[in-house]
Design a protein around this ligand. Structure first.
Ligand code: ADP
Ligand code: ZN
Length: 536
């Protein structure tokens, strides 16, 4: 929807200042809305071109004598990059943050107060401090406060993956400067977050612009973990990404270090990155990743915010992300140049159990945990899906689409089997445990009993005498794990305590009664099992 001659001033700035010939997607309408003094909420995926949506109105309004635009951003690195690029292009911009000396800060403030400055970047806590507000008051009284741009606006929402309490205070901008237009931008777009942004930033009057979240060049694959997930990863790298740049996400710092060292030992140029490393080491690894070819960064989620490397060819997850927003954000770092890229994830029963437990054991209130559980369930449904991943992913962000032809399920439709009966057997078995002295057991023992395997534990508890003993001998262990994983994903079974013992949820009754049909993937690689522990 490019309308080149719709707003000649904006079009002119686009070419003259930024050297681009046409607006992308909704940029033209957004620029028009904000330049004219209206509010906007912009939901656009990473790499979609959000910056121009406020930079061009800021320049246009400054040229029209309307003064300084204030850009609120939590990312210091991004402030530096953007200010550098703007000054390079001849646009007078500056930032205020803790990296400046007081002398430098004074200089910036003078430039701002004179109205010469086009754009001022600042962190949210700066914008809402009393001294700064007094300066804004003075600009406002003189008609030189032009625009507020609030970047990473999802930080205002507890539903987002990156809540920052300083963002809450930004609602005062509207109360204090009611006729200064505001544009809020984010790449996180589920309904809950969106509603939260509108309410908390008082953007009820804003026009909402939602871009497609599709990243057609990214191929999504989600595979089941076998006994050696690292080797699954190595196979992916060797088969498809020899000497290419990639990011491997792990949940813990320890696992980051172990995985990086192991890959290194296998001849892959891998570097670790997590918040526990020395700042200098982190910087060095990040620089090498950006500058050298073919570096694989093994990282926690500490890595990635604000990193703009166009030719990342794959993003791999060795652990489950927190929710679909995180998954989308993290995988979105692949293929920003538009060339084919892989988003690959391996996951297993233990991931499901761990993520659930992290939510259960977090100190948050029950309402919040409920939201988190719902979000995890949506991610698990994506992981267990037997149909197009992209259709599901986009549906989560409110977009309808057709099967994509570029995800694992489209390319290799998985074989499915009807797991309804198996699920009923499994649930009855947990029920029998509970009847039989109220004892609770974990996945390993449950599957042993179903398959009729005599172990010390079986003998100790006399479980050969249960009516469910051996009723599942016909199915291999991997299939039982898949059934259990699905039941946990669907919330019919949950786990408790350190030993992750299994407990029936009330909703299990509907499965036991045969009211719910379970269509499951046939496990591709039959995993070997270790005797007692749940696999990670
Ligand atoms: P976001 O903040 O949404 O992640 P950016 O604003 O950083 O995205 O833009 C991503 C890239 O796309 C940048 O390199 C930017 O210069 C480029 N870009 C944005 N808009 C256009 C356009 N209309 N034409 C060409 N390139 C553009
Ligand atoms: Zn698909």
């Amino acid at each position: 929807m490019t309308r080149p001659d719709h707003h000649p001033v904006a079009q002119h700035i686009l070419q003259e200042v930024f050297g681009y010939s046409a607006f992308r997607g909704a940029q033209a309408q957004i620029v028009e809305q904000v330049s004219a003094g209206g509010d906007a909420l912009v939901l656009m995926p990473t790499g979609g071109g959000k910056s121009l949506c406020y930079q061009i109105p800021a320049i246009a309004r400054h040229r029209a004598g309307q003064g300084v635009s204030v850009v609120v951003s939590p990312l210091i690195a991004l402030m530096h990059d953007q200010v550098g690029a703007l000054e390079e292009a001849g646009v007078h911009a500056a930032f205020l943050n803790s990296t400046l000396s007081s002398e430098q800060a004074l200089h910036v403030e003078r430039e701002m107060m004179s109205g010469r400055l086009v754009m001022l970047y600042a962190a949210p806590e700066r914008v809402t401090n009393a001294r700064f507000l007094a300066q804004l008051d003075s600009l406002y009284e003189r008609g030189l406060l032009s625009l507020f741009a609030i970047d990473e606006a999802h930080c205002v929402s507890q539903w987002g993956h990156d809540f920052r309490s300083e963002y809450l205070a930004l609602s005062l901008l509207h109360e204090r400067y009611p006729d200064v237009p505001r544009i809020a931008l984010t790449a996180t777009a589920d309904d809950l977050t969106r509603a939260d942004i509108i309410e908390r930033l008082k953007l009820e009057e804003a026009r909402v612009f939602i871009s497609s979240f599709d990243r057609p060049n990214i191929r999504y694959s989600i595979v089941e973990k076998d006994a050696k997930p690292r080797e699954q990863l190595l196979r992916l790298i060797r088969d498809e990404h020899e000497d290419e740049a990639g990011v491997v996400y792990c949940q813990s710092r320890k696992k980051v270090e172990e995985t990086a060292a192991w890959l290194e030992g296998e001849g892959i140029k891998a570097l670790p990155y997590h918040a526990g490393l020395d700042a200098a080491v982190r910087q060095k690894h990040q620089d090498r990743f950006l500058r050298e070819d073919g570096i694989v960064m093994v990282a926690t989620i500490a890595f990635g915010m604000g990193i703009d490397k166009p030719d990342v060819r794959f993003v791999a997850h060795l652990d489950l992300p927190k929710n679909i927003e995180s998954y989308y954000q993290e995988t979105g770092r692949a293929g920003r140049d538009g060339a084919p890229a892989n988003a690959w994830m391996t996951y297993g029963l233990a991931d499901v159990v761990n993520q659930r437990r992290m939510i259960d054991e977090s100190p948050a209130d029950e309402e919040f945990k409920k939201g988190q559980r719902g979000k995890l369930d949506a991610l698990l449904a994506l992981a267990e899906a037997t149909d197009c991943r992209r259709v599901r992913l986009l549906a989560y962000f409110g977009e309808e689409s057709q099967p994509c032809g570029n995800c694992d399920n489209c390319l290799n439709p998985p074989a499915t089997w009807d797991g309804t009966d198996a699920a009923r057997k499994l649930l009855s078995c947990i029920y029998r445990f509970q009847q039989n002295g109220g004892q609770r057991f974990g996945a390993g023992h449950l599957i042993d009993v179903l398959r009729g395997k005599v172990t010390d534990k079986v003998t100790q508890y006399g479980h050969q005498s249960l009516s469910t003993w051996g009723i599942g001998a016909d199915l291999p262990e991997a299939q039982w794990r898949a059934v259990l994983r699905q039941l946990i994903s669907l919330g019919h079974v949950f786990t408790e305590g350190e030993y992750m013992t299994l407990v029936l949820a009330d909703s299990a009754r509907s499965v036991l009664k045969g009211e719910v049909r379970l269509l499951l993937r046939v496990p591709s690689v039959p995993p070997k099992r270790s005797s007692r522990t749940t696999r990670t």
